[in-house]
Every structure is written in structure tokens, then in C-alpha cells.
Design a protein around this ligand. Structure first.
Ligand code: NAD
Length: 305
């Protein structure tokens, strides 16, 4: 049985923390890329690898049938897709694959607008962070028309494990929000738990080891704390503004569906405070500093100041 990888011409818009390593993996897998980002330093490394540089999202969509995007905010996603100079104005584009987290409402809105120009929207939010994007071990959640998904599945598999969630626009977004709410909750809760222990005299490194061997283990305790919090580098690679966006979208979605959201509300509050005090550009591990300030302790290997 022969299975040939289909090499595609792919447009890639938004080459930031996630888009950069994902685009690199596509090139390494043999696909031809046309790239665009508002920052020159974001496109330069890919151009050096052979990607073509486009001058706008519409220019990308003039050159290829398949366009992917990894963008930081809902407003920017709307602008890049349906705004002035957006992909909707491209002459060749047939499908738009959104790797960004936008929530199901914005995804459905963009899908409907693009459909008017016979452009198919495929939602494909991802989870697994910059590390997963670099290694190709992301969870890739896809929703859209089955035949279209089949066409791009091989290319998406370069990013990690592909999960087809459903046909309706936005379904993969709902999946992604459920996942990120849990990730956000683990960060907020682990921060409180470890701060409590440190204030009572426990060693935070020992706490994290115990939690990771026990039932409290999460991606916060086995990833973020040992990598970016205990060493106090606070550089995990995900912005506070993006975490806040995800939790807010999740809370809105639960409310719209009339599902209890008390935990979501409490977690949202913690991210709003972190965003207000450390700024949206701060790494999301800053939530620990927000808790430390109130607890009057420092969580980390150099715990006494
Ligand atoms: P980022 O801010 O690092 O990257 C976004 C990129 O988009 C930047 O390079 C920026 O210059 C570019 N950009 C901004 N406006 C633009 C425009 N008008 N046209 C073209 N490019 C533009 O963000 P990120 O961390 O890479 O996240 C991207 C998306 O992936 C977000 O939706 C985020 O929620 C999601 N996500 C991020 C992570 C993570 O760990 N960082 C994990 C999963 C999902």
C-alpha cells in the first residue's frame, strides 16, 4: 500500500511564538511556503529557509489555495481574513485554516463571511505550547467540511496529532477553550497551593516533586513550574494577554450555553489581575508573581530575598 505525502503550496500568516516553529516544520517537511507578518524579524528566518515573502494577507491569498494563520487577537484575525487587504480579497485562495484561538463565535462569523466568496474556513486551534510546536507534538483540533479536512490533514500532521472534532465551524474552538481553561486553572491553582506551602516553610522544589508523583500533577506542575517558575526565568513562551483571552472566551461560551461557570469566573478573575498588574505582554507564568505579592513569599530556588 503506497501513501505519498502531498507537497502543498501553503500561505502562512503570523509567524510569532507558535507560527514560527510551525512554518519551519512545514518547510522541513517539503511544503512550499509563502509567508507574511507585520514584523520583518518574524519572516526573515523563513525567507532564509526558502519561503517566499508576501506583502499582505491578500497577496498571500493571491499566490496559494491554502492559507494558514496563527494570530494573537480576535480583532487581528478578523482584519487579516475579512478586513481591508485581507485574505478574502485573494484570487487563488480556496481554504483558510485558522490555527489561532478565536472562540467559536468569531470562527463562525469569519467562516460565514469567507463562504460568500467560496472560501472554506477550517478551524484548527492547537495546544501544546512553543515546545510542542517545535517538536511537532501539538494537539491539533480541526473542524470544518470533511472533504476539505482530508485535503490538508497531512500538512496539519506536521504539527502533531490531528483530532477531527466535527463539521460545524467553531467546534474545534470550543474544544480548545475547554482545554485551555483547564490549563489556566492548573496554573492559577498550583500558584496558590505552592505559595501556601512556601509560606508554611515547605521547599517549593520538593512540593513540585511530590505533586508530580501524586494526584495533583498537571501541566503546571510538570512543565511550567520546573521550567520557568522555580528557576525564575518566567519565559515559558505564552503571553498573559493570550491566556486571559482564552479564559474570557471560555467563560463567555459557557455562559452562552447556560453551563455552570463559577470556577471559570474565579480563574478569569486571577488572569485579569495578572494582566492588569504585569501587562498583557508578560509571560503568563507572571501569575505566580501576582500570588507571591499577596502571600508575601517568593516561590523559587532562591526563595529568600
Ligand atoms: P505571537 O504574538 O507570538 O504571534 C503572533 C504573530 O502575529 C506575531 O509575529 C505578530 O507580529 C503577527 N501579527 C500581528 N498582527 C498581524 C497582522 N495584522 N498581519 C500579520 N501578522 C500579524 O502569538 P503566539 O503565541 O504565536 O499565538 C498565536 C495564536 O496561537 C494565538 O491565537 C494563541 O492564542 C494561540 N496559541 C498560542 C500558544 C502558545 O503557547 N504561545 C499555544 C497554543 C495556541
Amino acid at each position: 500500500e503506497q501513501r505519498s505525502t502531498r507537497f502543498m503550496d501553503i500561505g502562512f500568516i503570523g509567524l510569532g511564538n507558535m507560527g514560527q516553529p510551525m512554518a519551519r516544520r512545514l518547510i522541513q517537511a517539503g511544503h512550499k511556503l509563502v509567508v507574511y507578518d507585520t514584523r520583518n524579524d518574524a519572516v526573515a528566518p523563513l525567507v532564509a529557509m526558502g519561503a517566499q515573502l508576501a506583502s499582505s494577507p491578500a497577496d498571500v491569498a493571491d499566490r496559494v489555495e491554502t492559507v494558514m494563520a496563527s494570530l494573537p487577537s480576535l480583532q487581528i484575525s478578523e482584519k487579516v481574513t475579512t478586513g481591508e487587504g485581507g485574505v478574502i480579497h485573494g484570487k487563488r485562495i480556496k481554504r483558510f485554516i485558522d490555527l489561532s484561538t478565536t472562540g467559536s463565535r468569531v470562527a463562525a462569523k469569519i467562516a460565514a463571511a469567507l463562504a460568500k466568496k467560496n472560501i472554506v474556513q477550517i478551524d484548527s486551534p492547537v495546544s501544546g505550547g512553543v515546545g510542542g510546536a517545535t517538536k511537532g507534538t501539538l494537539a491539533v483540533m480541526v473542524s470544518g467540511p470533511k472533504a476539505e479536512i482530508d485535503l490538508v490533514k497531512d500538512a496539519l500532521a506536521v504539527f502533531g496529532k490531528v483530532f477531527v472534532i466535527g463539521e460545524k465551524p467553531g467546534m474545534a474552538q470550543t474544544m480548545k477553550l475547554a482545554n485551555n481553561f483547564l490549563s489556566a486553572t492548573a496554573m492559577a491553582a498550583t500558584s496558590e497551593a505552592v505559595a501556601m506551602g512556601v509560606k508554611a516553610g515547605l521547599d517549593p522544589a520538593v512540593m513540585i516533586d511530590v505533586i508530580n508523583a501524586g494526584s495533583g500533577r498537571t501541566t503546571a506542575s510538570d512543565g511550567k513550574f520546573p521550567q520557568a517558575i522555580l528557576p525564575r526565568t518566567f519565559n515559558y513562551g505564552f503571553a498573559t494577554a493570550l491566556m486571559l483571552k482564552d479564559v474570557r472566551l471560555c467563560f463567555d461560551e459557557a455562559k452562552a450555553l447556560n453551563v455552570p461557570s463559577a470556577v471559570m469566573n474565579a480563574v478569569l478573575d486571577q488572569w485579569e489581575t495578572t494582566n492588569a498588574e504585569y501587562g498583557g505582554d508578560s509571560d503568563f507564568t507572571a501569575i505566580v508573581k501576582m500570588i507571591e505579592k499577596r502571600a508575601g513569599v517568593i516561590v523559587g530556588t532562591e526563595k529568600k530575598r
